[in-house]
Design a protein around this ligand. Structure first.
Ligand SMILES: C[S@@+](CC[C@H](N)C(=O)[O-])C[C@H]1O[C@@H](n2cnc3c(N)ncnc32)[C@H](O)[C@@H]1O
Length: 249
């Protein structure tokens, strides 16, 4: 199966070198990962020492989670996996598609978060949750955090963030727009203003993402074979629903 992402996601291919500047691994990711680790400890029905991060990207989650778990990451993008490995030399990082990969190994916990929005239709979404289920021991925990749900989506929300490094200034402008509020998709458009030693270069990209209601999440998680718990997680002004799901059986 070929993913749309492989051809179109500059951020994960030719612009992947910008990823370390998008969000700080040692602060915002670390705080969220503490929450994730707490949920795993709270809900696991077995000792939890191994964790699989599906859509591990550049390994910012792994940087915190490795304090408590032996982390394995799966991602489609070789460029992102290379960053994950550099940040976490002790981790295991494998190229794979979260819809189809089967590592032939099971874990005590699985984490899926900001990559799952790339599941742009119900079929892919279900397939990714089945992958999580297939890689868990019974009694293990999947923590899954939707970036957006139909309940939290804000039409035309636009976020601009900037970051600087030696000789480099980058502004990321991210716009979320849903042209059809009745289907399972929305659009993310990103504008990159990249100034290297003051010289401007602009890049853009446009992704089709998946969006589901909280009820759809609950239903698909239950049908996949999970006992579903959920709670809020606040980051700045945003509140996310985090699912902590125990593999039954
Ligand atoms: C926002 S990044 C994740 C960043 C990550 N949380 C971190 O700690 O750096 C989203 C990732 O999802 C990956 N991705 C998208 N579709 C995928 C798929 N079908 N299977 C595996 N990874 C996928 C992309 O390659 C990208 O690295």
């Amino acid at each position: 199966m070929r993913s749309d992402m492989e051809d179109t996601a500059h951020l994960y291919t030719d612009l992947a070198w910008l990823w370390p500047m998008w969000g700080d691994a040692s602060t915002e990711y670390a705080r969220y990962c503490q929450h994730v680790a707490g949920l795993i400890r709270q809900h696991a029905k077995r000792p939890a020492s191994t964790l699989l991060n599906l859509g591990c990207g550049g390994g910012k989650n792994a940087l915190s989670l490795k304090r408590e778990f032996a982390v394995t990451g799966v991602d489609l993008s070789p460029a992102m996996l290379a960053q994950a490995k550099e940040l976490n030399p002790e981790g295991t990082f494998v190229q794979g598609d979260m819809r189809t990969c089967r590592l032939g190994q099971v874990f005590d916990a699985v984490l899926m978060d900001d990559a799952i929005s790339h599941m742009s239709c119900r079929w892919d979404f279900v397939a990714a949750l089945r992958t999580a289920h297939a890689h868990l021991h019974p009694g293990g925990v999947l923590v899954a955090t939707p970036d957006v749900t139909t309940e939290t989506f804000q039409q035309n929300r636009t976020i601009a963030t900037s970051a600087t490094r030696e000789g480099l200034e980058v502004v990321f402008v991210e716009n979320m727009y849903d042209p059809d509020l009745t289907d399972d998709q929305y659009e993310t458009t990103i504008l990159y203003l990249i100034r290297e030693h003051g010289r401007l270069r602009t890049e853009t990209e446009h992704w089709t993402m998946g969006i589901f209601s909280l009820d759809t999440w609950r239903q698909v998680l239950r049908e996949t074979g999970f006992e579903v718990h959920e709670g809020p997680y606040k980051a700045g002004e945003d509140e996310y629903t985090v699912f902590a799901c125990v593999k039954t059986g």
